[in-house]
Design a binder for this molecule. Structure first.
Ligand code: ASP
Length: 341
């Protein structure tokens, strides 16, 4: 059995490519890296890789991770600058016994020395979003309104366009969990993090146990959402632990996401967006979110790639609906729409 699951509709092309590799007997480490690279390379996804939105100083800082579920080796980068494929840098860091998580200048230096492709990751399109956001923030400041982190994502604009009620704000990580026919499980993440974040801010995506975790004897999980809240619960590890105890990935995701979201609301008065995808060693999969309309993509042996939308329910469960063609068209149209100042 092989399979791969990833956060957000933006992973679709990457998943299809990875699935072909897996079908031909390819390895889960190569397949998951290829899936994430595809998303990193696409300039219109504004929360991952090339085209990702910058921090408050208009600098793109990228977080990414890779983990091998057989050896439990992981590699991760935080606040990496101007390298085309952060996930590949993360994977290279997983080869050593130490220095597995590097940030900022140290991560840049490693990537440079290892010969990774340099690329100016700030696009003209991202600069337009940045300048628009500065102008909006200034207007809000003048009106005395509180400023919020992140920005409404095209994901949600698309959901609205298709008449689906949608939640407030997005910042979107691509995170994937993969299983190959040999039973190797891997996971990987990549993101530009929160739009307008402080320089040096690192989210959950490169933090093992928080934004990602995989153990080939149990399963893997990867997140997207407000990193600061995901890190409060070490949620990826928790989901994998529950799968190791025999829980179905869907039950594990639902239990962890809804219980932790409720806990944050109880203790702090609010919970940020928290969404997870997971797969177990048998190729069974699950996804849960506290965000209405969270999309994810999954393909397993013998089936076509599917895009789903998650609908959290009052009892803590999370229903899945196949995304309609109309929704998918609206999604891509929102991503590709021209932007002007
Ligand atoms: N989790 C990411 C971060 O906090 C962003 C996201 O997935 O939306 O950096």
């Amino acid at each position: 059995m092989w399979g791969i699951i990833a956060t957000w509709r933006m992973a679709l092309d990457g998943i299809e490519g990875a699935a072909k590799q897996l079908e031909e007997g390819g390895r889960a480490d190569d397949a998951v890296e290829a899936a994430i690279r595809e998303v990193e390379d696409f300039p219109y996804f504004k929360s991952v890789g090339y085209g990702g939105l910058p921090n408050e100083q208009m600098v793109v800082e990228l977080d990414a991770a890779f983990m091998d579920g057989n050896t439990l080796s992981f590699g991760a980068v935080g606040a990496l600058h101007d390298f085309a494929n952060p996930v590949s840098v993360a994977r290279a860091l997983a080869a050593d016994d130490a220095n597995n998580l590097l940030v900022g200048e140290g991560a840049d230096l490693f990537a440079e020395r290892a010969g990774f492709e340099r690329k100016a990751m700030l696009t003209d399109r991202a600069k337009v979003f940045y300048r628009k956001r500065l102008a909006e923030d200034e207007k809000r400041r003048q009106e005395g309104a509180a400023l919020e982190l992140g920005e409404p994502e095209a994901e949600q604009e698309a959901a609205r366009g298709a008449g689906i009620a949608s939640a407030p704000r997005g910042h979107d990580t691509v995170g994937a969990v993969c299983l190959d026919e040999q039973g190797l499980m891997t996971c990987a993440t990549s993101t530009s993090g929160l739009f307008m974040k402080r320089p040096g801010r690192v989210g959950d995506s490169p933090i093992p146990g928080a934004g990602f975790y995989v153990d080939s004897e149990a399963g893997g999980a990867a997140s997207t959402g407000l990193g600061e809240d995901v890190m409060k619960g070490c949620l990826a590890y928790e989901i994998v632990r529950l799968m190791g105890e025999g829980l179905h990935p869907q039950a594990a995701c639902e239990q962890v996401v809804s219980a932790f979201s409720d806990k944050l609301t109880r203790r702090r008065g609010k919970a940020g967006d928290i969404s997870f995808v997971a797969m177990d060693r048998a190729g069974r999969w699950g996804a849960a979110s506290n965000l209405e309309g969270f999309s994810f993509v999954v393909q397993t042996q013998g089936s076509e790639p599917q895009v789903y939308l998650a609908h959290p329910q009052a009892d803590g469960s999370c229903a899945h609906e196949l995304a309609s063609q109309e929704w998918q068209d609206a999604y891509m149209a929102a991503r590709l729409a021209p932007v002007s100042e």
